[in-house]
Design a protein. Structure first.
Length: 443
């Protein structure tokens, strides 16, 4: 019988089951925590780890974690549905199609440059705002773009999500990872920015070139008879300006107004309604398009919720602190270079059970900062090790609900993604390792 690779939902549920089994195999343990007055977050106390009574998760609690995980991730799930509905409305107006046709026409003799431009834009958004889940709603447009320029759906995901994650992992300004980590490591915010930018450009340049060279669809055929209008209609232009303006307001709101998922959902909801009216869909047509968009992304939202379920099980069994202790405690006795490299690998492994980059920073920085001081390592290197390990691992770990949801929305199996991406991701890890080890001498 031919083996069929598991459905994304089965993969996520398998990880929930594996997490449950680990609560029986790994001793429970905990660090003491204190409230950090500057950030309002509970942080772990270095040297306070202790073994506690085991709390294995029951079968009933395992199944209960599924709806609890979806509820826990409700804000993200709602954001995915609302952005998905809004983009579906915009797509129904024909604005995306018109804009893509115009863009492709302008780059008809330089499609590789178009893909490079897309990669740079997504990487910039990743570096500035940690863009990831928001890409789920853009998948239909990205699939159209990749098809039109003769590239595979996997290339469309790689040039968007992959570039955004590289920007977030290597950039100097991701508020959900590097800035939180620098804050807890007590180093100046945005410090070593030039060093990070150099390695971000190296990693992103390699990634974009790899996708352009390997992502072409051999079955693609040009359509020389296809006519493209010289100019888009005024309504289509206005809608695309509205979309761009919405993203601009979102980025400004996240950076300056302490916006969260609910504020993002609200502004995209308003954008969708406005686009429907401008695009002459009418009130009922806009509502119908919204509901169809919701339906398209329900499964993607469920995948994000299931990723939260994995973490809830590990948290319930109180084994996360034990995993952290086992990963980082042996690093103290290693030579400086090996210790820095080991930190990055340990952070990558830890990102499987702890898929939140900000949560991982809160967990690990208070532990690793004193260790760095003890062995004579720059705290900036500790931040780099965390930033690269957690950020790059987002590209492969099934516990990353954003990755799995984007693959599901694009109709790409996790197996096909790994088969395509493991080699360039390994090269990205090597670039990160060079940066971490180089930081010992330069930072």
């Amino acid at each position: 019988m031919r083996f069929s690779f598991p459905h994304p939902m089965i993969i996520m549920l398998s990880f929930v089951a594996l997490a449950t089994m680990l609560t029986y195999l790994i001793p429970a343990g905990s660090f003491d925590r204190v409230l950090d007055q500057k950030t309002g977050r509970d942080v772990v106390v270095e040297g306070s780890y202790k073994v506690i009574e085991n709390k294995p998760v029951s079968l009933g609690k395992m199944f209960l974690s599924v709806p609890e995980g979806i509820i826990e991730g409700a804000e993200v799930v709602v954001l995915i549905l609302i952005i998905g509905g809004a983009f579906y409305v915009v797509d129904k107006t024909g604005a995306f199609q018109s804009g893509l046709e115009s863009l492709i026409h302008r780059f008809k003799n330089a499609k590789a440059y178009l893909l490079a431009l897309v990669g740079i834009l997504f990487a910039s958004a990743g570096a500035l705002n940690g863009l990831q889940e928001e890409i789920i709603a853009m998948v239909p447009v990205l699939m159209i773009l990749s098809r039109k320029v003769g590239y595979t759906p996997i290339a469309g995901v790689a040039i968007s999500l992959g570039s955004a994650l590289i920007g977030g992992a290597f950039g100097p300004s991701n508020p959900f990872s590097v800035l939180i980590a620098q804050n807890f490591a007590e180093v100046p915010l945005f410090s070593a920015g030039l060093y990070r930018m150099v390695f971000m450009l190296i990693a992103l340049g390699f990634w974009i070139v790899y996708v352009i060279q390997t992502g072409k669809n051999p079955e693609h055929q040009e359509s020389p008879t296809e006519e493209v209008p010289d100019k888009m209609s005024k309504s289509h232009s206005l809608i695309l300006i509205l979309v761009a303006l919405t993203f601009g307001i979102m980025i400004y709101g996240l950076s300056n107004w302490d916006w969260d998922y609910n504020e993002m959902s609200a502004i995209f909801f308003a954008m969708g309604l406005t686009a429907g009216i401008i695009g002459k869909l009418g009130i009922n047509g806009t509502a119908k398009a919204y509901s169809e968009g919701f339906a398209e992304l329900v499964f993607a939202g469920i995948i994000v919720g299931l990723a939260r379920s994995i973490y809830l099980v590990l948290q319930e069994g109180q084994i996360i602190d034990t995993i952290i202790y086992a990963l980082f405690n042996p690093l103290e006795g290693l030579p400086l270079g090996l210790s820095a490299f080991g930190m990055m690998i340990a952070q990558a492994i830890l990102h499987i059970p702890v898929p939140s980059t900000s949560g991982q920073a809160v967990l690990t920085m208070p532990l690793l900062t004193p260790l760095a001081d003890l062995i004579g390592m720059s705290r900036q290197v500790v931040v780099l090790a965390y930033q690269y390990g957690a950020g790059i691992m987002d590209m492969v770990t099934p516990s990353n609900g954003g990755l799995m949801a984007i693959l599901a929305a694009a109709g790409i199996s996790y197996k096909d993604w790994i088969q395509y991406a493991w080699k360039p991701i390994l090269m990205i890890f090597i670039i990160a390792a060079i940066s971490v080890i180089g930081g010992i001498f330069l930072l």
